[in-house]
Design a binder for this molecule. Structure first.
Ligand SMILES: [Zn+2]
Length: 180
């Protein structure tokens, strides 16, 4: 884990990236645990396509990887956010669902037909240690759209590896019970 090099830098509590603090306080997300500067970098990348990223197989999983990595602190919304997005990663990277169908997995995970209410079916997963995963800055700082796409694929894989090492069995059970 790195420490800020000066007072204007801030550390994202969930991914450890060090970025300059925003001059205006950014609209941090309600239950995603990112620092405002990390969240802004991610939002530009996801919503504005800035900086541009070349097409890549796992590009549709950027949102899922980011939301799993930025787990926040235990609350019902954070528990569901991590679970749903981790199940999307499991579905594509383990169960062979097409990346374009990640939305279907997210919807299945929270659908109403399961035997438990959607607010009681998942529980808090202890996050992996910081420093085992790439960050969104690794994607943004790569020099070309193709290089950024390569980093994005590696980012998704690194988040999945770190989480599945700790929680792969639980996620497989949840997937079988609530998605498949
Ligand atoms: Zn972050």
């Amino acid at each position: 884990m790195t420490t800020p090099s000066n007072l204007q830098d801030e550390v994202c509590p969930d991914c450890g990236v060090v970025l300059p603090q925003l001059s205006e306080s950014g609209a941090a997300h309600r239950y995603v645990g990112a620092s405002p500067s990390c969240w802004q970098l991610f939002s530009y990348l996801l919503n504005a396509g800035e900086p541009p990223v070349a097409p890549g197989q796992l590009n549709p999983l950027l949102l899922d990887a980011y939301c799993v990595q930025h787990h926040g602190t235990p609350s019902p919304q954070a528990v569901n956010s991590v679970a749903v997005h981790a199940l999307a990663l499991h579905g594509v990277l383990v169960a062979g669902v097409a990346p374009e169908n990640a939305l279907w997995i997210r919807q299945q995970a929270l659908r109403d037909s399961a035997d438990k209410g959607k607010h009681g079916r998942f529980y808090w997963l202890e996050p992996p240690e910081l420093g085992k995963m790439l960050t969104v800055a690794d994607i943004v700082n790569a020099p070309t759209p193709a290089a950024r796409s390569e980093q994005l694929q590696a980012y998704v894989q690194s988040v999945w590896q770190a989480w599945s090492n700790r929680h792969g069995t639980t996620l497989a059970q949840w997937y079988a019970q609530y998605v498949a």
